[in-house]
Design a protein around this ligand. Structure first.
Ligand code: UD1
Ligand code: UDP
Length: 368
């Protein structure tokens, strides 16, 4: 039983579903919790990534952390009772990931966590809480790389349960890059390759605080005087910009969230991506596009050590200087493709599920 809820989950789950489909050892069901529900945050990814429609949609929608997590749990428990899966496969670090892991683990049904072991070491991030708890609950911890493995070992996770599988988001990136129509996207916004910036923002710590958000927007307004900025805004961010009455310059094109292919067609031709996204830090490293991360920390340090990512924080002066440095620099961003970012992660995930299906007998417990 594969669980998805929010935008980055669809991108991580698509190649796993395709790989499971090739394997006669598994029957699969797809559960969408409904955490993201707008067409541009959900359906468009199913279309672009050619995913089957969800077998079950819990339709929980938005809410506070407790409210959303609890509603997913209540609805998901009924699904587990009805379908009795052998495995629940969860991805990433959103509220749906933790809620479904907690239900499954207590039932007990085996839990496999894809993207296990990432740590920002910042418990102020809701995702950090979701990651730590999901990893503690999981039977099989599928990590994207060595640093994640080290984090899990430090937290006392049994090494027998950890399998390094690489970065499944990059499977999707490599599969989809040929399907994009960059010239069409650039024409739509009157852009030329390498002469514009792309911005995404949605972390609560950045967008829910009027002081921080207005600082970031003022920096972006300034940057747009020398480089056009395209800003596909998350619904949370659009709402906050409106609520705080922030002025965005005409050099910044604020648009709604883009579908995966349109977005990839755009950012893959940009001069720089400015973001607080987790996934985009990795995607930009894979394609060698400079990335300035508007956060003080990252759970994806490999993108800094080996890739094109730089942490610049949220102070407007630092953001403006970082873009200036980049525009004035003649040396291309230093870049290596991290280990196991090879488009084969979904295969390794399915192999691990198969191997561990035999290795672990089902957990003890009645589930009642
Ligand atoms: C969630 C995840 C975050 C992930 C992000 C990916 C948690 C705690 N956070 O953050 O880790 O990086 O998804 O995008 O799980 N909204 C809509 N339409 C939608 C979805 C959301 O309008 O389809 C608005 C609602 O006002 C909602 C707000 O966005 O209250 C936040 O949505 P939510 O899913 O709670 O958190 P995200 O900020 O999207
Ligand atoms: N993305 C997209 N359209 C957009 C913005 C982002 O398709 O308008 C993709 C992006 O390329 C990446 C994923 O959404 O694959 C990241 O999602 P998000 O930043 O919402 O979540 P995070 O990775 O921070 O959890």
């Amino acid at each position: 039983m594969n669980v998805v809820g929010a935008r980055p989950n669809f991108i991580k789950m698509a190649p796993i579903i395709a790989e499971l489909k090739k394997n006669n050892d598994f029957m699969q069901l797809l559960v969408h919790t409904g955490q993201h529900y707008d067409g541009a945050m959900s359906d468009s990814f199913f279309n672009d990534l050619k995913m089957p429609p969800p077998d079950i949609n819990l339709e929980v929608g938005s809410g506070s952390h407790a409210d959303q997590t609890a509603r997913v749990m209540i609805a998901f428990e009924k699904v587990i009772i009805e379908h009795k899966p052998d495995w629940v496969v969860v991805v990433g670090d959103v509220n749906s990931t933790l809620a479904c892991s907690l239900v499954a683990a207590k039932f007990p049904v085996k839990v496999a966590h894809v993207e296990a072991g990432l740590r920002s070491f910042d418990r102020g991030m809701p995702e950090e809480i979701n990651r730590i708890l999901t990893d503690q609950l999981s039977d099989l911890l599928l990590t994207p790389g060595g640093d994640a493995e080290e984090n899990l070992l430090r937290e006392g996770i049994d090494p027998e349960r950890i399998v390094k599988v690489g970065n499944v988001m990059i499977d999707t990136l490599y599969q989809q890059i040929e399907q994009t129509d960059s010239p069409k996207m650039l024409e739509r916004f009157g852009l030329t390759p390498g002469n514009f910036a792309v911005l995404t923002l949605h972390r609560p710590s950045n967008v829910d605080d009027p002081h921080i958000l207005s600082g970031i927007i003022s920096a972006i307004n300034k940057i747009s005087e020398s480089l056009p900025v395209i800003f596909p805004a998350h619904p949370r961010t659009t709402a906050r910009i409106r609520e705080f009455g922030l002025e965005v310059s005409t050099g910044v094109r604020v648009i709604g969230p883009l579908g995966y292919l349109e977005f990839l067609g755009l950012w893959s031709k940009s001069r720089v991506v400015l973001t607080d996204s987790g996934g985009l830090q990795e995607e930009t490293t894979a394609l060698g596009i400079p990335c300035l991360t508007l956060r003080e920390n990252t759970e994806r340090p490999i993108t800094i050590e080996q890739g094109t990512n730089r942490l610049v924080g949220t102070h407007p002066v630092r953001i403006i200087l970082a873009v200036g440095d980049l525009l004035n620099s003649v040396t291309p961003a230093r870049q290596m493709i991290p280990e196991m970012w090879d488009g084969q992660s979904a295969k390794r995930i399915v192999n691990a599920l198969l191997k561990y299906s035999f290795k672990f007998s089902s957990r003890a417990g009645s589930g009642s």
